[in-house]
Design a protein around this ligand. Sequence first.
Ligand SMILES: *Cc1c(COP(=O)(O)O)cnc(C)c1O
Length: 407
Amino acid sequence: MKIDVLETSALMNVAMRPDFVAAEGRGSWLTDHRGRRYLDFVQGWAVNALGHCPPQIAAALAAQAQRLVNPSPAFFNAPAIALAQRLAAAAQLERVFLCSSGAEANEGAIKLARRWGERQRAGAFEIVTFADAFHGRTLATMSASGKAGWDRLFAPKVPGFPKAVLNDLESVRAQFGAQTVGVMLEPVQGEAGVVPAAPDFLRALRQWCDENGLLLILDEVQTGVGRTGTLFAFEQAGVRPDILTLGKGLGGGVPLAALLARESVAAAFSHGDQGGTYCGNPLMAAVGGAVLDAVAQPDFLAQVQARAAQLQTVLARVAARLGGTERGAGLLRALVLPQPIAPRVVEAARQLPGTGLLINAPRPNVIRLMPALNVTAAEIEQFAALLDRALNEVLAAPLEAPVGEAV
Ligand SMILES: *Cc1c(COP(=O)(O)O)cnc(C)c1O
């Protein structure tokens, strides 16, 4: 059967996608079906921690695929045991549940908090979450999210997620009641446009949770595994969560996520409370091990910090020229533009003559950068040049009505 690569109508139309088909990737570079090359600062939505098709992941997949792919979650397997031990030691949270997506890890975090509330807090089940938060696309994680408009989608919503305002402890306190079991947040709100939680705020939340016997749940699906320059973002604030979720970078591009918890919290789960056919399968766990090996190399995180500083300098220079700002943590950064032209810059960058540039606009005035953690200094310089060209093109054109959000 001959396949027309641009005949896409058999796929459910659930996302606005440009008319190219990703064909191959290598490091920071993606090639489409026409052989056109792009410098990729989207990287599978911040999942390709080591860039496209890193040899370590190919080797881990190939080796494990020939040994054991899935014995079922009813039996232990060595890669899952090893990965769980390493994650538990690194996060200093004793128990790990491996799964396949960030939403699944967060769904598990919510279930664990509710189970703990049932056993330890007389049935308390409410988890305070935040305006503009993003926790995934299952029914419960959509309810936990605070994306504008989502509160009206797929009614009836899952109840139990009162909303507070990031970096405003009073707004959190205002949601506290007899049914409160914990608070859940991202150390940097990624989908909201890369908005960091202040370290002081995280410390104050930790203290508030301790004073009231509540669980602090951190969603590090986007910020975890080196993205912000430390293995976990929470290290930079000096707080430790009771429940932690990881995803994206943990699998370096393959479906792998994790739910971690303190022993005393994890003990709330009974047999049968949580599981899934693919949860803890050795094929993906082996990849997670390979990613952790790379991130644990002596110089790896120092390099992330150095590249982050370089990217920050580039963005600050552009921001100063345009009258905008830049923000973020590590290699999760955003350029905030003074006008709502970010979706047009994304389009212009992709279509630049010669080499294209892939970037993302989580908000009409925000461009988000999430390059591979092993991006090179030369690639960041190339990024700067390509971004300048795309911006100049858009700024030279008359300002039209902004195009829709390209999320
Ligand atoms: C991407 C993301 C999720 C959802 O992860 P999926 O793997 O897409 O289900 C949850 N939380 C945060 C902070 C994310 O960035």
